[in-house]
Design a protein around this ligand. Structure first.
Ligand code: 3HC
Length: 301
């Protein structure tokens, strides 16, 4: 076991350019946060130019919102627009000091990503995974330099959620870990160290909470009764609103992983699976973010 806590901050490396693998929702949010807080160039890549352009358009729209709300001055917003770029060409990682992946949550996909980018990046470049609970040790086992891999698990919405889980494997070196903690501080996140175990800390808690709610629905409890407000317990969102935010497919995928890794304590909900696989909208778009089911969504339960 590693000693608890962060190594000496003096060991941390300077980060002058960041790469983000993926240009989806989490990737875009992560890219913007790094540009905003580290004030360094950030480049995202995706499988093709179209996806890369979509990711960049999302980041630009978020920058517009920050400016409109007065969270970023006109000058700062212009700087942010200049700092974030997107490409379909992974050679852009050659001069990065840190590359973080936020691609599909599947071990083989993440291993393939690192296998592709490790030969491109410099020897000093940190490799970071935003996995929400896959084995980082298994990702490290495929690397030529496993000592530079570390987990930094951010939460949705990245801009406002205060926490980041930092996960070292037994191979992660002290410089890498110190850099992860120093970066988290610059990002103004509260870092919590976790052992490399399935679903780390937070997703085990959330997984159990959401499993109790979807389990109640599976057992015949009406959604309105199961979907109670838990704000007095420090949980700001109703469970179905959280499911909408996380995404039904992601949540369903997560419960499958938890069930495989941790057994029946983390049951799979048939209703959640059915909602996730529906090809008609199950959440009311007019009440976006409230976790309100449409008639079609209710009919699936
Ligand atoms: N992107 C950027 N900013 C956002 C945002 C988003 N998607 N959603 C909300 N915000 C900002 C708002 O713009 C607002 O900023 P402002 O003060 O500058 O106007 C601020 O957050 C507060 O938002 P609101 O006033 O609209 O609403 P609330 O006060 O209800 O807060 C919330 C919204 C922060 C999302 C809050 O409901 C919350 O904390 N919910 C819990 C979310 C959660 O548990 N996330 C974890 C999901 S699990 C996960 O990510 C792990 C993964 O591995 C599955």
């Amino acid at each position: 076991k590693r000693p608890a806590g962060a190594p000496s901050p003096g060991l941390a490396k300077e980060i002058g350019k960041v790469g983000v693998v993926g240009a989806g929702l989490m990737a875009g949010q992560i890219a913007l946060m790094f540009a905003r807080r580290l004030e360094v160039p950030v480049v995202m890549t995706d499988l093709d130019a179209d996806r890369a352009a979509k990711g960049l358009a999302y980041v630009r729209a978020e920058i517009d919102k920050l400016e409109a709300k007065g969270r970023a001055s006109k000058l700062k917003a212009a700087k942010l627009r200049a700092l974030v770029s997107a490409s379909a060409d992974k050679s852009v990682y050659a001069d990065c000091d840190l590359v973080i992946e936020a691609v599909f949550e599947e071990l083989q996909v993440k291993q393939a990503v690192f296998g592709e980018i490790e030969p491109i990046v410099s020897d000093e470049c940190l490799l970071v995974t935003n996995t929400s609970g896959l084995s980082i040790t298994a990702m490290a086992s495929k690397l030529a330099h496993p000592e530079r891999l570390v987990g930094m698990h951010f939460f949705n919405p990245v801009a406002v959620m205060p926490l980041v889980e930092i996960i070292a494997t037994s191979s992660t070196d002290e410089e890498t870990l110190a850099t992860a903690y120093a970066v988290a501080k610059k990002l103004r996140k509260t870092a919590v160290g976790s052992a490399d175990r399935p679903a780390f800390i937070v997703n085990r808690l959330l997984g159990r909470m959401l499993a109790e709610v979807t389990g109640a629905v599976d057992a015949g409890t009406p959604v309105d009764v199961a979907d109670v407000s838990l704000d007095k317990l420090g949980l700001p969102m109703r469970p179905f609103a959280l499911l909408e935010l996380v995404g039904l497919q992601v949540a369903s995928h997560l419960t499958t992983h938890l069930n495989e890794d941790l057994g029946p304590r983390f049951p799979i909900s048939e209703n959640l699976r059915r909602l996730a696989e529906s090809d008609v909208p199950v959440f009311d778009a007019e009440k976006q973010g409230k976790g309100r089911l449409t008639e079609a969504g209710r009919a699936l339960l």
